[in-house]
Design a protein around this ligand. Structure first.
Ligand SMILES: Cc1cc2nc3c(=O)[nH]c(=O)nc-3n(C[C@H](O)[C@H](O)[C@H](O)COP(=O)(O)O)c2cc1C
Length: 314
């Protein structure tokens, strides 16, 4: 029987408390906040903290921070520790312009010395309190693949866990993840390595595990609109098969997602945010285009509920 921890990946704009709690209900082992700016945690503390606050049932839970100044990153970790997250993660993989322009995210892979200084400073704050993880990519582009040296340097600088998303920055989220990179890095590390990228089914979870021997699996897009994927993977690893999801379960889960969100956010915000969340639940089903249109124009949570119920109960 295979057994391995499953992480929900940080997905900015998606993995808020409502979705994280849902994934926990469906047996995700570890949850992570969306990335938050270290500067923001210091300068605009309350607003930024809203993105990372969590409930006890989300544990074990980590907060992901991004930034480029080692002292600011360490200060951000100090701000977070009183809230008692179970770990702190540093984002060194984000390819988005807004983040890279600030010298943060995946551009740090081009400056391993600065990346190492960040890890050392944050580690001084976290040491003996919570583990520190680092999430990064294969390299900047296909000519500058440096995940191996980079990963080893992060380990030597004090990281307790690493997570590799084996695409280059230039690839953004296109093409396929090169799991071979996870396999190679895993063989050289003495700390655990989380494998990430393109795990979208129980079968692909088994494949990444067999091909790379990674210590844990992190799942992002595959869980959008399919939080039950965690549970299906566990069932598959335990029994060799897994239960398909019925329309009723899909409906109940989507409605639960919205109810979770209504606990934490105003209805008008939830109605807007559910447009991008719910389209992932329904996109594979026939007739989803029409119902999506209706959801996009809904003015209340009740209207969204009615649209989903009418459509899925036909
Ligand atoms: C919409 C979106 C938002 C993301 N936000 C973050 C983020 O905040 N922090 C981070 O480290 N990675 C972020 N990622 C990358 C994912 O965590 C993950 O590494 C990537 O999607 C590959 O995994 P997957 O194939 O399972 O989705 C984001 C990806 C997407 C598509």
């Amino acid at each position: 029987m295979l057994s391995i921890p499953l992480y929900l990946a940080p997905l900015a704009g998606y993995t808020d408390r409502a979705f994280r709690e849902l994934c926990k209900d469906w047996k995700a082992d570890y949850l992570l906040s969306e990335m938050v700016s270290a500067d923001g945690l210091i300068r605009d503390r309350q607003k930024t903290l809203d993105y990372v606050l969590f409930s006890q049932r989300e544990r074990p839970y980590g907060v992901q921070i991004f930034g480029s100044d080692p002292r600011v990153m360490a200060k951000a970790a100090e701000v977070l520790l009183p809230f008692k997250p179970d770990f702190i993660d540093i984002n060194m993989g984000c390819p988005v312009k807004k983040v890279i322009k600030r010298g943060a995210g995946s551009v740090l892979m081009q400056n391993p010395d600065l990346a190492a200084a960040i890890v050392r400073e944050v580690k001084k704050v976290c040491s003996g309190i919570v583990p520190l993880s680092v999430k990064f990519r294969s390299g900047w582009d296909s000519n500058t693949i440096n995940y191996r040296e980079f990963g080893l340097k992060m380990q030597d600088s004090g990281a307790d866990i690493l997570c590799l998303h084996p695409r280059t920055t230039k690839q953004m989220f296109g093409g396929v993840s090169n799991w071979e990179h996870i396999k190679i890095l895993k063989q050289e590390l003495r700390i655990p390595l989380i494998g990430n990228g393109d795990v979208t089914s129980p079968e692909s979870a088994e494949k990444i595990l067999q091909e790379t021997a990674c210590d844990a699996i992190m799942i992002g897009r595959g869980a959008l609109g399919r939080p039950w994927l965690f549970s299906q993977i566990k069932e598959y690893f335990a029994t060799g098969q897994y239960s398909p999801v019925t329309k009723d379960t899909l409906l109940e889960t989507a409605l639960q997602h919205m109810d979770n969100a209504l606990q934490y956010k105003a209805e008008r915000i939830v109605v807007r945010e559910m447009r991008s969340q719910l389209c992932h639940y329904i996109k594979a089903l026939p007739g989803s285009k029409e119902v999506r249109e209706k959801i996009n124009h809904a003015q209340s949570a009740e209207e969204i509920r009615d649209q989903l119920r009418n459509w899925l109960r036909i």
